[in-house]
Design a protein around this ligand. Structure first.
Ligand SMILES: Cc1cc2nc3c(=O)[nH]c(=O)nc-3n(C[C@H](O)[C@H](O)[C@H](O)COP(=O)(O)OP(=O)(O)OC[C@H]3O[C@@H](n4cnc5c(N)ncnc54)[C@H](O)[C@@H]3O)c2cc1C
Length: 77
């Protein structure tokens, strides 16, 4: 007899949908409170790392983007 359905995730809690993570009983039907909480804590760290990486990538892209030379004189040409 089945006990229910659950979401497939990788070892870091990522689902097949980009940007969606899951942890706890929704991913592991046998997990009790301690295992569910531990998985959720780890998944939270992974989510935080992804958010920081996204922010860093955006900052780097902005930093590396060509800029106008503020204060540069026009040659009039
Ligand atoms: C009868 C019973 C006895 C248990 N006894 C023990 C025990 O003695 N010791 C032990 O360690 N573990 C026990 N467990 C297991 C424990 O309850 C779970 O491991 C734990 O609650 C899992 O936590 P979770 O946060 O993953 O899920 P849950 O605690 O189930 O939290 C999920 C939450 O999401 C909410 N939710 C669901 N769908 C939606 C939705 N669409 N939108 C918004 N919210 C939604 C639910 O209402 C719920 O509040 C027991 C479980 C049962 C059923």
């Amino acid at each position: 007899m089945g006990v229910g359905t659950y979401l497939e995730t990788d070892a870091e809690g990522a689902t097949s949908v980009p940007g969606v993570w899951a942890a706890g009983n929704v991913t592991d039907l046998r997990a009790q409170v301690l295992a569910s909480a531990a998985a959720a804590a780890w998944t939270a760290v992974v989510i935080n790392n992804h958010l920081m990486a996204e922010e860093l990538a955006a900052d780097l892209a902005a930093y590396r983007a060509p800029r106008s030379l503020t204060g540069a004189r026009s040659t009039g040409a």
